[in-house]
Design a protein around this ligand. Sequence first.
Ligand code: NAD
Length: 470
Amino acid sequence: MFIDGQWKGNHLEQINVINPADKEIIAQIPKGGGAEAKQAVDAAYKAFKTWSQKTAEERSHLLFKWHQLINENKEEMAKLMTMEQGKPYKEALGEMSYANSFISWYAEEGKRIYGETIPASDSRKRLLVQKQPVGVVAAITPWNFPAAMITRKVGPALAAGCTVVVKPAEETPLTALKLAELAEQAGIPKCVINVVTGNPQEISEIWLKDERVRKLTFTGSTEVGKLLMRGAADTVKKISLELGGHAPFIVMDDADLDKAVQAVVASKFRNAGQTCICTNRVYVQESVAEAFSEKMTKAVIDLKVGDGLKEGIDVGPMINEEAVEKVKEHVADAVSKGGQVVCGGEELNKGEGYYFQPTVVTHADESMLCMNEETFGPLAPIAVFKEEDEVVQRANHTPFGLAAYVFTENIGRAIRISEQLEYGIVGLNDGLPSVAQAPFGGYKESGLGREGGHHGIEEFLEVKYISIAF
Ligand code: NAD
């Protein structure tokens, strides 16, 4: 663990880090708990005074150094990520540049934290508004994007002048620790970034109770997000929650089907379907349903599944046994309710790693689990619809509201549907909408707040109004 500018934790009980491609133990990391969580806050609190008083330019300079080192080490980090998380190496490299784009973007944006002057109604007054860093930030992150979910939080937090305590997922701590090592090498002062690994409940309990932690930023499941939201109430922390999704992918009868197939395959099967904005349900308009399903199935059959470090692999292993079991359960449930498996449907290389075949199920409807709950795996159910109003209503039927996709060549339809979707992100003829400069986040139970863009840095700032009378 990296706490108070030191590498610690060898004396503690250790947790195994497993490669999901072959179930081998690749490393051990300390099982930190309450004591380590508190030490990390002590350190971050101590560092806040000096870090927040640096100029935005000075902070930017250090963030750019970190960015440069990450760039120089991206191949090594991508390999590490593939080994602990499973995604194919080329996807891991892609994540490294996506992750790093948050650091460079916020290194710039931190210099544009502007205030305001407001016209007063009394000529002997001046009204000023300043933005100030919120203080110590606690960040809790998931395993599916081991680098990006950290930089998307730590980049804007540091640029705003906050210091951080980070708890990465138990499954993928190595990428997080490597990021901390590079931050140290970049000269980011001691204690500004602290990384605690270990027991999530014990660590978060301490952070939630500690009133010096002024902001909690969490990415993970809706279930844990709700727990943390309740826990943050006692000290009235600011919170940002990036939670689960259930993205509909809508294909209208005038869509460019080849473009839609390419996008749905990328959106559904990257990271073996373990992405919060990945397609969960495909809705195709009746007259093109057969043609679309055939083209999609052909593309899915071509996907190569295997160890992400091997050449030519499109889909890696899933994170663990439970993840595979959930896909199995969703496939069996869909079949029991009339779904037809047109490709895949089975676990692969059982005993070797956690693999599941990329799967397409047709004749799907909303009675099925996979049309309501996040499968978080390589299963694409296809449902058929008749009318525009019908598909909007069906697309909005879950409690989630993170990302939705619409494919149509008709501009009027495109605008009408996008505006009616209760989702924070709409990919219009676009299967990969996420970028550093745009706001990312959900409606409804998919979360609170936004990451990315100028919206993302506001989450780490307090607004101070100064009224001056003379
Ligand atoms: P998870 O909620 O189980 O874990 C996320 C983090 O919370 C991990 O660090 C974990 O150790 C910690 N955690 C678990 N239980 C906790 C507890 N009781 N108290 C405090 N911390 C706890 O989620 P996961 O399985 O790691 O990730 C998958 C989920 O994350 C999916 O639902 C996915 O949609 C969501 N996700 C959302 C986004 C987004 O931006 N909206 C991005 C990626 C993943």
